[in-house]
Design a protein around this ligand. Structure first.
Ligand SMILES: Cc1cc2nc3c(=O)[nH]c(=O)nc-3n(C[C@H](O)[C@H](O)[C@H](O)COP(=O)(O)OP(=O)(O)OC[C@H]3O[C@@H](n4cnc5c(N)ncnc54)[C@H](O)[C@@H]3O)c2cc1C
Length: 374
């Protein structure tokens, strides 16, 4: 294949595609808005799933490197009631099939696996336009342009490539997360560290809850979830960390202090993360020379699958392009056909999970799901 593939976005999806194409001898350039690989903390633990993330890493020939990153014991899961009563305490017995790694570390091994110069940092795409016959022009924030006969939008929720295919945009899902961190928790916040345990943690009631995860070392990473309209959050001044912390913590008045310490004792300013989603089952008619993968194609409420699916999309697309070296359109049609079917299932799964987590019966359905091994 002589076509050079232009990928927008150096997240896990875009990088996995570049890597799989490289293994197939297909050249690609990745344009990334961020100025450097270290510009932003990539934060967060990801559990990599046997049915999508792992096969993608195999397609990228990075399984061994990935295994070296797995944090042992992080598949444990604990749930507490607001008063601190333990509802669930499931240790990591090594059979979970969902090994946990730091997202930034995964991105690092993907970057290291690419030929030098593959990623062009500091290239924020401001617009795209069709030139006809499957060619597209990409414009960057500094006014520079590039043209391509194969454009892949791997640029996440607010994709600048998506408008070439569909007018759909993400809409607020009705829930927002507030992100905080506790550092050196074992020594500085032992009661909270014990409550969270060795892996994942949740304390949920209808409409709100606190989820946390033990990351590398004894850092506790927390998402406080509140089902509230965006206007409610707009009244909180998140540039005033103390005031924002107090306001968010007030929603959890009366909860056990070892749980609320995840908010009130945070070592970082609270960061608001409104959760948006694309319309469920979004699809589009085939447009020559362009496609999407990952969140750009099928953003859903976080359900633990998004990064896994972005990598899986990428591996599938890379393999399809390699299988049809002289017929890009057949490759894109095959890829999109399967990807649309996956997206429908993912959207339904995400809605169901959020209902179990924050719906009227929370957290019983979620605990049943976990203990029932579903
Ligand atoms: C709070 C939260 C928790 C989550 N937890 C999990 C989890 O535990 N497990 C899981 O599998 N998934 C999780 N997800 C979902 C996961 O983060 C996403 O699904 C995944 O990152 C999608 O990967 P991507 O490569 O498609 O996009 P992204 O990771 O968003 O990468 C897109 C890249 O494109 C770049 N970019 C964006 N716009 C432009 C532009 N205009 N020009 C150039 N570059 C651009 C960005 O800087 C970024 O590097 C979570 C999501 C959220 C919000």
């Amino acid at each position: 294949m002589t076509t050079h593939v232009t990928i927008i976005g150096a997240g896990l999806g875009g990088l996995t595609l570049a890597r799989v194409l490289h293994l197939h001898g297909i050249a690609a350039t990745v344009y990334e808005a961020e100025p450097s690989p270290t510009a932003r903390s990539q934060g967060g633990l990801l559990d990599i799933h046997d049915h999508n993330g792992l096969p993608a890493l195999r397609a990228a020939d990075l399984e061994d490197e990935f295994r070296g990153l797995v944090l042992e014991g992080r598949q444990a899961i604990r749930a507490l009631a607001p008063d601190g009563t333990v509802l669930l305490d499931q240790p990591d017995d090594g059979t979970g099939g969902r090994p946990e790694v730091q997202r930034g570390e995964l991105r690092r091994i993907l970057l290291a696996s690419l030929p030098p110069g593959t990623v062009r940092w500091g290239h924020k795409v401001s617009g795209t336009r069709p030139l006809g016959e499957g060619r597209h022009e990409v414009t960057f924030a500094d006014g520079a342009t590039t043209t391509t006969s194969l454009l892949v939008g791997a640029d996440g929720a607010w994709s600048r490539v998506r408008p070439l295919l569909t007018g759909a945009t993400p809409e607020y899902s009705g829930i927002s997360y507030v992100e905080t961190y506790l550092l050196d928790a074992d020594t500085r916040h032992p009661a909270t560290a014990k409550a969270v345990g060795g892996g994942g943690f949740f304390a949920l009631v209808p409409g709100k809850g606190i989820q946390a995860h033990r990351e590398s070392g004894d850092t506790l990473h927390t998402y406080v979830a509140l089902r509230k309209p965006q206007e409610w959050f707009a009244d909180i001044d998140f540039s005033d960390a103390a005031a924002a912390t107090t306001r968010i913590a007030r929603e959890f008045d009366g909860w056990a202090p070892e749980i609320t310490a995840l908010i009130t004792e945070a070592d970082t300013a609270p960061v608001l993360r409104p959760i948006s989603a694309l319309p469920a089952g979004l699809r589009w008619d085939r447009v020559p020379g362009v496609t999407l993968l990952g969140d750009a194609a099928h953003l859903v409420m976080p359900n633990g699958e998004g990064a896994n699916l972005a990598m899986y999309d990428a591996a599938q697309l890379g393999d399809a392009l390699a299988a049809h070296p002289h017929d890009t359109e057949t490759a894109l049609a095959e890829y999109e056909h399967a990807m649309f079917a996956r997206s429908v299932a993912e959207a339904a799964d995400a809605v169901e999970l959020h209902e179990l987590m924050y719906g009227p019966d929370a957290p019983n359905g979620l605990i049943d799901m976990i203990t029932g091994g579903e």
